[in-house]
Design a protein around this ligand. Structure first.
Ligand code: SF4
Length: 387
């Protein structure tokens, strides 16, 4: 295979491979206009906004796996799309090798080659009318990494072997419907690897696979990190698989990062009540006494999220300050931080009263629609679910 595109650059020492700084994404809702009721929409005031991702920063190192964990609607898939530049952030900065991503078409093309996204559903991410060979040949041709003829075919076979689809000749002419779910996801990963990326954004890559074949795909990602020195972002709602695969875990709730740190620290000693809730819902045969926290309520509506800590309508430890002010990240161990007022010092007596009993203490600065702690939020009607 003849390579004609720019060779991958080596990152400078100590500089993250891919970094997002204060990434924020708001989506404007245009329901009325879409239904042909533009006049009604004009009279209804400003269009509502979905606060999908708020002020999220992360850094992906080379040969490292960072997991983003959260339930449906936490903003983790939007974050992956921001990092893949499929959508433009409302604010915030993306840095590749410590440099801002250029806006030129050449810069965008090089970024698309360096940062590849693997989607959740391999059946819909592969074109059903094309065979495996076509799916792997296209990225090679588009990025100038292969030539027609035997060289291209040998490159495709090598890709299939890297994702353990062997003998490769047996898979080249198969269509997506002729493959199992695990084989389809391996083809999707091989397609991402075809352009020799340095960052792989894996958005729930095993959630649609049978339990019996999930481990094989997770181990494949682990091998790629070692062999290709890839920086991998692993997005999942399953904190147990994040613990198995990742070096670092970031927990997201309602568009914000609530806890981050080494995978062992976050899962062995979760500091944030939401992480404790996630862990209490995750089966773990090694844990003798799982956290006993009981979940209540549903994720909030992201159109009008609760003020202060967004988790406060569901949190059994909520204090007066939680509804009034957003908790800053507080370091609870080396490299491990939690955005929770329980770990902050200097709260007044009124601020630290239990939320229900604090009638004269700090009031919410931007009260949301979540209502009483046990009341289901508006997102319940939109498909919110208990973790
Ligand atoms: Fe609970 Fe308050 Fe901590 Fe939020 S800041 S998780 S409401 S204790």
């Amino acid at each position: 295979m003849t390579e004609t595109a720019t060779a991958p650059r080596a990152p400078e020492t100590g500089v993250p491979l891919l970094e997002g700084r204060s990434l924020t994404k708001h989506f404007t809702v245009h329901h009325a206009a879409r239904r042909g009721r533009a006049r009604l929409a004009r009279n209804a005031g400003p269009a509502p906004v979905v606060h999908a991702v708020e002020d999220v920063s992360l850094a992906l190192p080379q040969s490292g796996i960072t997991a983003v964990v959260g339930e449906s609607g936490s903003g983790k898939s939007t974050l992956a799309r921001l990092l893949a530049r499929l959508i433009i952030p409302t604010s915030g900065t993306l840095l590749l090798d410590g440099h801002q991503v250029p806006a030129s078409s050449r810069g965008r093309r090089e970024y698309a080659r360096d940062v590849q996204l693997v989607l959740q559903d391999p059946f819909s991410s592969l074109n059903p009318v094309h065979d495996v060979r076509y799916h792997l040949a296209r990225p090679l041709q588009i990025h100038g990494l292969g030539e027609a003829g035997g060289t291209l075919d040998s490159g495709i076979s090598a890709l299939l072997e890297r994702v353990a689809l062997t003998p490769a000749a047996q898979f080249l002419r198969k269509y997506p419907h002729e493959l199992s779910g695990g084989q389809r996801q391996r083809v999707a990963i091989a397609r991402a690897l075809a352009v020799r990326p340095r960052v792989l954004l894996a958005d729930e890559p095993v959630s649609m696979l049978d339990v019996s074949i999930r481990l094989g795909v997770l181990n494949l990602l682990g091998d790629l990190r070692e062999q290709d020195r890839l920086g991998i972002l692993y997005i999942t709602h399953d904190i147990a698989s994040a613990r198995y695969l990742a070096d670092v875990i970031m927990v997201m709730y309602a568009g914000q990062v609530v806890e981050s740190g080494p995978a062992s620290g976050v899962t062995d000693e979760p500091a944030h009540p939401y992480t404790q809730l996630l862990l209490s819902a995750a089966p773990d045969p090694d844990r003798a006494e799982p956290p006993s926290l009981q979940g209540r309520g549903s994720p909030p509506s992201l159109v009008a999220p609760p003020g202060g800590c967004r988790f406060h309508p569901r949190c059994p430890h909520a204090m007066a300050v939680c509804a009034a002010r957003t908790p800053p990240p507080t370091q609870v161990a080396a490299g491990h931080s939690s955005a929770c007022w329980l770990h902050a010092s200097g709260l007044t007596r009124a601020e630290s009263q239990p939320l229900g009993s604090a009638t004269t203490a700090a009031q919410p600065s931007a009260p949301g629609p979540a209502g009483p702690a046990d009341a289901p939020s508006s997102s319940a009607a939109e498909g919110g679910e208990e973790p």
